[in-house]
Every structure is written in structure tokens, then in C-alpha cells.
Design a protein around this ligand. Structure first.
Ligand code: ZN
Length: 408
């Protein structure tokens, strides 16, 4: 596509994109949540060349580029676990490599997922992971197509048959291929029982080598045994943990291991879209029964995690086909079913999410020097978390991708 056609398309899809590129952009916020737990009534955020240069607290008169005085402004959300490559194909079924879709069709579907995610207020996602993520990540990063910042593991590591030496070589290979982190499956899927699949020795090899290479490690682990092994191996973050025990959560808190439990969106989404998944792989009768049973277990595991002193809980939805753009439902679940305060939920999805990515100096808070990843919602999500469903404004890196109000 030539540049002019792309520019025209971007104007149609994302009004305001071009207008927002003038050198100084000012944003009036009726209420500002800084991502670190502080709320301020009335503030003005100044953005230059994609970064926040000033935050003025208090009411101010005068012209601004974007008057969001009726709304709450907060940092763009960070989803620590989403799968932009998962989509429903043109027959309305979960896409698999053998369904006849061309690579171009798959990539367009992924671009659609990325746009839906960004428009819903999620400005960064971590994808654990798929080889196709690399082009999506790079095209979004270059500003060619709209989407959240993407960090990807590329192909995950899962085979229990590999030797420690081979596993270490794969870690180095992923780094050479451009992976941002390493994704590991240390337990079965919840649909297959969730028991441990990799040994302590194998996990030691992967997480040890990744650390030596300067890469973080995300470990899929459901059983307490697999979570314990990943923690002892020094892995960075544990995903899911439906069968977490108090003992293993305490160990994680002691070792500083991040925990990314899901509250329910992922399971509910599978059940709501059952006909689109049923009959593919482990999406069978037993698999769906296991996911139905997992809903209360996941909420219980989340509550147990919250009750563990010092445990660093981050937000990751495990968004798959059907859930892209509905990511905030899992944050709403954490408050409504998991008993978290709305402000804690927001902090976990902003500054703590950035910390877990090693990007706290770039994103996740509203402060001078950070990238201008800002969203606005109708209502106050620090008292009513469902306000996150009403996104009216999305800015990423100083560029406006959504503004439902008046053009500047
Ligand atoms: Zn996942």
C-alpha cells in the first residue's frame, strides 16, 4: 500500500491521529489517576514529541488541545498476557494452521485484534507467544498500523523431552530471533489437568540461561508443584496458577516472583464461544468441563494471592479469540469477584505491570519523562471499576488513536 492511501485509511480509522502530531499537546483532565495510586482532581498534562513533559495539578483556564475535563485520565493499561494471533476464521471457527486461511488473512486478523485491543484502552501487551508476533510488533512500533506496544516471546518452550543443553541453546536462539522474553510451559493446560511437565533441572536450565542473556521468563504453571519449581529456578513471572497453595505463594513473595493469575474472562470467553472452539485439540467435553470448574478456583486463587503479604500481582488476561478488546473485563472481575479495591486493580494494570516488564521508566505512570500513553474514561474507575468499559480517548506515544469527543 502506498503512503497516501495508508494516510487516508488512518484518517478514516483513527480520527485525530494527524492533528495530534503538532509539537506541543495539552490535555485537560477532570480527574487524573497517576498509575501509582494517587488521584487528583483537575490537572493538565503536557506532551511533547511523544513524551510527558509536565503535569500541572489544579484547575486551569485557557485553551487546551484536548479538553477531557469531563473524564478521568489514567495511564494506558498494560496487559501482561494476551494472544493477538488467536482469532476466529471466516467460517466462525478458532483459527488453526490447517484451516485454509492464508498468511495474509491471518495477519490481517491479528492487526484487527491489535486495533481492538488498543481502542479498548490497552496500550501495551505482552504476548506469550507466537512467531507471527514479530512482524505485528515491528509494524506497530514503526507507526505503520495502529495497535498496542507488543512484547513477544515468539515460539514458547514446552517440550519435556529436551536436555538442559538443548534448552539453553533454544533460549539463545530466541534471543537471536528477537524475542523480548522467554515463555515456558511448565505444566499441562488446565484442560488436561495442569500437572507439572518440565523438571526442576529443565527449568533451572531455561530460566538460568535466560537470566544470563538478560531476558525475563514467563512460566505457564497451574499445579503448586510446577509453580514451586519455577520459583526455585529463579524464573521471573508465573502465569495462571489455578491450583496455587498458600505455601507456594509465600515462596513466590519471598523470592520476588511476579504472579499473573486470571480472574475469569479467559474461561468465560471459551464457554461463551464454545461452538467456535469445540472439537479442536483439547477443546472437548472434558476440556470445557475443566474450564467450567476452574472459574471458582481461579477466583479463590486470586483471593489467596491477594492475602499473601508482599506478593507482586500483575494483570494479564490471557485474551484469546473472542476476548480481544474486552480485556478490562478481567480487571472488573478482580474487583467484583476477587475483592480487590479498584485503585489496587488499576495500579496492577499500570505501574506494577510496567515494573514487571522492566519498563517502569517508560510506561505505566503519568509523570514527566515517561511516554505519553494516556487513556480517558467516562466516570471514575478508582471508585467504579466498570468505568473502564467506557473509554473515550486513547493516546500512545503521544499519538491519538481514539477520541470520541470534539476534534481539536
Ligand atoms: Zn496464554
Amino acid at each position: 500500500m502506498n503512503d497516501i492511501r495508508l494516510a487516508v485509511m488512518m484518517m478514516l480509522v483513527v480520527p485525530g491521529t494527524l492533528a495530534a502530531q503538532s509539537s506541543v499537546v495539552t490535555i485537560r483532565a477532570g480527574r487524573l489517576l497517576d498509575g501509582q495510586g494517587i488521584a487528583t482532581q483537575n490537572a493538565t498534562v503536557v506532551v511533547e514529541r511523544g513524551a510527558i513533559t509536565r503535569v500541572d495539578r489544579g484547575a486551569k483556564k485557557g485553551a487546551v488541545t484536548y479538553d477531557l475535563g469531563r473524564y478521568t485520565v489514567l495511564p494506558g493499561l498494560i496487559d501482561g498476557h494476551a494472544h493477538p494471533s488467536w482469532y476466529f476464521n471466516r467460517s466462525g471457527r478458532y483459527h488453526t494452521p490447517s484451516d485454509g486461511d492464508t498468511p495474509v488473512q491471518s495477519m490481517l486478523a491479528m492487526a484487527g485484534n491489535a486495533f481492538a485491543t488498543l481502542a479498548s484502552g490497552v496500550t501495551t501487551v505482552q504476548s506469550p507467544g507466537s512467531p507471527e508476533d514479530k512482524d505485528l510488533r515491528d509494524f506497530i512500533a514503526s507507526g505503520s498500523i495502529p495497535g498496542p506496544r507488543i512484547l513477544t516471546s515468539l515460539q514458547p518452550i514446552s517440550s519435556p523431552r529436551l536436555t538442559p543443553d538443548t534448552l539453553r541453546a533454544i533460549v539463545r536462539q530466541r534471543k537471536a530471533e528477537g524475542a523480548d522474553f522467554i515463555k515456558i510451559f511448565a505444566s499441562q493446560s488446565i484442560r488436561d489437568g495442569g500437572t507439572q511437565t518440565l523438571t526442576q533441572e529443565q527449568l533451572d536450565a531455561i530460566c538460568g540461561e535466560a537470566k544470563a542473556q538478560g531476558l525475563r521468563t514467563l512460566v505457564h504453571a497451574h499445579s503448586a508443584e510446577s509453580m514451586k519449581a519455577a520459583t526455585l529456578a529463579g524464573c521471573t513471572q508465573i502465569e495462571h496458577g489455578v491450583f496455587a497453595t498458600d505455601e507456594v505463594l509465600r515462596l513466590m513473595a519471598e523470592r520476588g516472583t511476579y504472579f499473573d493469575p486470571q480472574c475469569g474472562l479467559v474461561f468465560r470467553n471459551y464457554l461463551e464461544n464454545r461452538a467456535k472452539y469445540e472439537g479442536i485439540g483439547n477443546y472437548n467435553e472434558a476440556g470445557f468441563a475443566a474450564m467450567e470448574k476452574a472459574i471458582p478456583l481461579a477466583v479463590a486463587a486470586f483471593k489467596r494471592a491477594r492475602a499473601t503479604p508482599g506478593l507482586k500481582i500483575v494483570w494479564g488476561t490471557d485474551a484469546v479469540a473472542g476476548a480481544h478488546g474486552r480485556n478490562v473485563e478481567d480487571l472488573i472481575c478482580r474487583v467484583q469477584d476477587g475483592g480487590q479495591t479498584p485503585m489496587e486493580a488499576i495500579v496492577s494494570a499500570t505501574s506494577r505491570g510496567a515494573q514487571a516488564l522492566g519498563m517502569a521508566n517508560l510506561i505505566g505512570s503519568i509523570a514527566p519523562g515517561l511516554q505519553a500513553d494516556l487513556i480517558a474514561v467516562d466516570g471514575d474507575p478508582s471508585t467504579d471499576i466498570t468505568a473502564l468499559r467506557r473509554v473515550v480517548f486513547v493516546m500512545k506515544g503521544g499519538r491519538v488513536y481514539r477520541w470520541d469527543g470534539e476534534r481539536p
